[in-house]
Design a protein around this ligand. Structure first.
Ligand code: CA
Length: 361
């Protein structure tokens, strides 16, 4: 049954991006300018922000100029702890597979058919790794940007958490970008890192994003929290976000990691963006996990980063792994949480309680 659903979707998924790549909004002496690349023709186009509403723009998949404010200041939230949230959904490791992400969100009522927020006061958590591998990263970023603003206006929230691939791009490690972005980079005469640099609209936004949030008694983070990290941040997710931003986004990474054991820890294998220890018996034991949850005042930790063929739970549901291989372009699930029940939502609107699943099924 499961495979039948997958193949039904694969007819429409795995599409190469069509149309222009962009827009990339870059601030310069003349103000904000929108640039885009026509990959097939190998041409670049641009229009200044002052003229953008009148300009005949190409059909960008998800860009909405009316939701962009060039003066907008993005800021890391002071606190990322939320209580009393009734509806929660989470998706992870989209890796440029915009049609899959859009379909999952639409079929489960988080967005409508026009890509507008439809989740009311609910919270949607994107648990990192929108960047790299796929060819529709920019489209996905604009979708999330728009939804974040619409969610806020509706009394809900979209939390976009940094994954290791976001920080890799911000730090200039572009080994995993899709080949199309090499063409865009060449046409723009900017490195891929510079397409999301501090002088760009989306680059400013990306540099304001947290690594972790806590909603009700659930912690969300891309890789996971090791015991060492919990100790280093004094059990406080806000400490984690502020520490990471201060040194790794705003600061000099080599200097930061070279100097302090605490920062080196956050950046490396045991760090929150890279950790896979929940899925290795020798790294996190049941006792360790219980200690981590107790220190964090949480009942469960929800992570991406480590890929499975569907959403999986470990340690009797105290760890939920939601990287369900969206990266392949024809599969994946969204986690749906309502009335303390946890479901995996599939591409055709199918919904299954995840705690009934047998590991490895
Ligand atoms: Ca990852």
């Amino acid at each position: 049954m499961f495979w039948a659903l997958l193949s039904a979707f694969s007819l429409s998924a795995q599409e190469e991006a069509t149309g222009p790549d962009g827009p990339y909004l870059i601030y310069g002496e003349e103000g904000l300018t929108a640039y885009w690349a026509n990959i097939d023709e190998k041409t670049k186009e641009s229009v200044s922000w002052a003229e953008i509403t009148e300009a005949a723009l190409p059909d960008f998949a998800s860009f909405r100029p009316e939701l962009v404010d060039p003066e907008r200041e993005f800021k890391l939230p002071e606190s990322v702890v939320y209580k009393g949230v009734k509806k929660i959904a989470a998706i992870s490791d989209i890796h440029g597979q915009y049609p899959v992400a859009r379909k999952l969100l639409e079929t489960h009522g988080i967005i409508d058919e026009n890509q507008n927020w439809a989740f009311g006061e609910g919270h949607l958590v994107v648990v990192g790794d929108v960047f790299d591998r796929g060819d529709q990263v920019n489209q996905t970023l604009w979708l999330l940007h728009n939804l974040q603003l619409q969610a806020e206006a509706a009394g809900g929230k979209l939390h976009f958490l940094l994954g290791n691939h976001e920080t890799m791009i911000l730090e200039g490690d572009d080994r995993y970008v899709h080949r199309n972005y090499r063409i865009t980079s060449a046409l723009m005469t900017r490195t891929y890192q510079q397409l999301y640099g501090p002088d760009t609209y989306l680059g400013k936004w990306l540099r304001s994003l947290p690594l972790a949030v806590k909603i009700n008694d659930l912690v969300f983070v891309h890789g996971g929290l090791s015991k060492e990290v919990v100790k280093a941040i004094d059990d406080d997710l806000d400490n984690l976000n502020h520490l990471y931003h201060k040194y790794l986004i705003d600061g000099n990474i080599v200097e930061a990691t070279g100097r302090s054991g605490k920062l080196a820890l956050l950046y490396q294998r045991e760090g929150p963006l890279w950790y896979r220890g929940y899925f290795m018996e020798e790294e996190t034991t049941e006792k360790d996990l219980n200690w981590i949850l107790k220190r964090m005042g949480a009942s469960r930790i929800i992570v991406g980063h480590t890929s499975f063929e569907a959403i999986r739970s470990y340690f009797d549901g105290r760890v939920i792994a939601i990287d369900s291989s969206i990266k392949f372009g024809n599969m994946g699930e969204v986690l749906l949480i309502q009335d303390n029940k946890f479901y995996g939502g599939g591409l055709l609107g199918d919904k299954e309680a995840i705690f009934n699943r047998i590991a490895g099924d």
